[in-house]
Design a protein around this ligand. Sequence first.
Ligand SMILES: [Zn+2]
Length: 242
Amino acid sequence: MKAAAIAVFFCVAPAGTAVAALTHPQPLFPYHAEYGRLSLHSDRPFDAGRANQILADVERRLSRSSLNDDNAHRIFIISSEWRRRALLLWNAGAAGVNYYPLTRNVFLARANIDRDRVMTSTGEPKSPPRTLGYYAAHEIAHTLIKEQLTPLQQLKLPRWINEGLADDIGFGDDADIEGLIQRLQAGDPDLDPARSGYYDRYRLLVGYVMKHRGWVPGGLIASCMPQSEAEGELAADRGRVR
Ligand SMILES: [Zn+2]
């Protein structure tokens, strides 16, 4: 089927077909690589050696977390516009999408496997440390987080915990809490998720609260702590520092 015909098919397809496209999208992605339980699928050819390096990097990031599982996770790299609209649905502007519990498949748009980069909407490569490996690990991390919860609990999980923990796993290193606090105090716009689109503020709050309370990620998820309470703890501590 030609691309245009497939695009029309998706527009008129019943809901069950759309769900099948998200749970079993492999026929739409003819190029793939595997690394243990992880696999990378693309609608464009890519360098197999580079893909293996990226998957090894994603595995390293996931393995650092106590939330890591033994399940298979598939990463789908979308290049064509019609696939992006058909598979990202209402998230068409996002760099990455996770549909768990519907599927463990995660979808990334505008990514260049050979360069280990995700592109902006204007085609510029996003800067390290936000590499393709970071974005893939971040999206899979949402699955690891939600596996801890029932579907109802998943809906109630505060955004700062969900995105903060996903970013903590995605970055693959220990958060520099003091450095993030200094950037927050200096008014760094990256610490404002609404302005920057980055989750550095949530990563700071997650790292701070777990360290302050002696919690592991599972304890933080179970707490469902409101963001206002976490912000209050951090503000009180900063007051003592001054
Ligand atoms: Zn996220």
